[in-house]
Design a protein around this ligand. Sequence first.
Ligand code: IPM
Ligand code: MN
Length: 360
Amino acid sequence: MRLDIAVLPGDGIGPEISAAGVGVLEAVAARFGHAFRYRYAHCGAEAIDRMGDPFPEETYGVCRAADAVLFSAVGHPKYDLDPAAPVRPEQGLLAMRRRLGLYANIRPVQVFPQLACLSPLKEERVRGADFVCIRELTGGMYFGEKHEGADVAWDTNRYTRPEVERILRVAFRTAMRRRRRLTVVDKANVLASSRLWRRVAQEMAPQYPEVEATFLYVDNAAMRLVQDPRWFDVLVTENTFGDILTDEASVVGGSMGLLPSASVGDGTPVFEPVHGSWPEAAGKDIANPLAQVLSVAMLLEHFGLADEARAVRLAVQASLEAGVRTPDLQEPGRRPCGTREVARWIAAHVLSGGAGGAGG
Ligand code: IPM
Ligand code: MN
């Protein structure tokens, strides 16, 4: 298969994990006989510095022309400390999602057995947890009408029926392919927008009789995620709640550096880690590349390359087993590995099909 992939490394640790992702794609191409072509483009703080725009037109053009986008991370502390900054790196990510029409963000959470002991939760509670968060990505407060005055400010949590229907359709269908349990997370006891979500979900449920749909208030869902993460199968929610809950969910498995995501909708799909740009670690070769590498697996799966995706996931598992781990995952007394070393090991494992040659 031929694929044109737009690569957006962005800021902080972005370029390092991006290189890891591309290295793994190259290994997949070599092993399975595919031709992947990469076009690099700017985004985030580095694009503001260069071109004054966190998502320049040129980048948009590269994304639109591509089959998929491999995105890494954006963000820089100089903007975090300056709430008055006229443009912010994060706007680049939001512009990309909005302009490409990527309304569904899919964030699978799986606890690797090798890492269950690293979870901040009790191991026996997280072992075997396996669920998917589906976050609405182009509506709600992120994009609703805003006002920012000196003494009063607001954001509007606006949703339309078609916006709610299309994301719920993704959620019901995802549930059909899994354990058929869908949890719709809202705050319908307080918010009008949530009541629309609940109404639409209740109307749609009879179309998916095999799916057991349950409703949880977001505060309760936040609690259940740490009390009993294994309870979840597919969770769907609006943009802001999804942002918050997926950070919470991401550490269930032991490290934030593990959670990949796919953003899909009308335009070119984007594959990106859930974690941010971790500027303090930039250039130090300590960032965990696994979320990016697992995003590559999601990319491959998106194009029907199931064996290829499996090979990548197996290589990730094998690296954990072999103790080839970045500092956030390493066991006490064992040498932590660098970003590049982990990435090379995984690429070599993919290339050889695990039949030796992946020596760490
Ligand atoms: C995420 C991030 C972004 C978001 C930021 C960087 C704008 O936190 O992808 O979860 O809030 O959506
Ligand atoms: Mn987030």
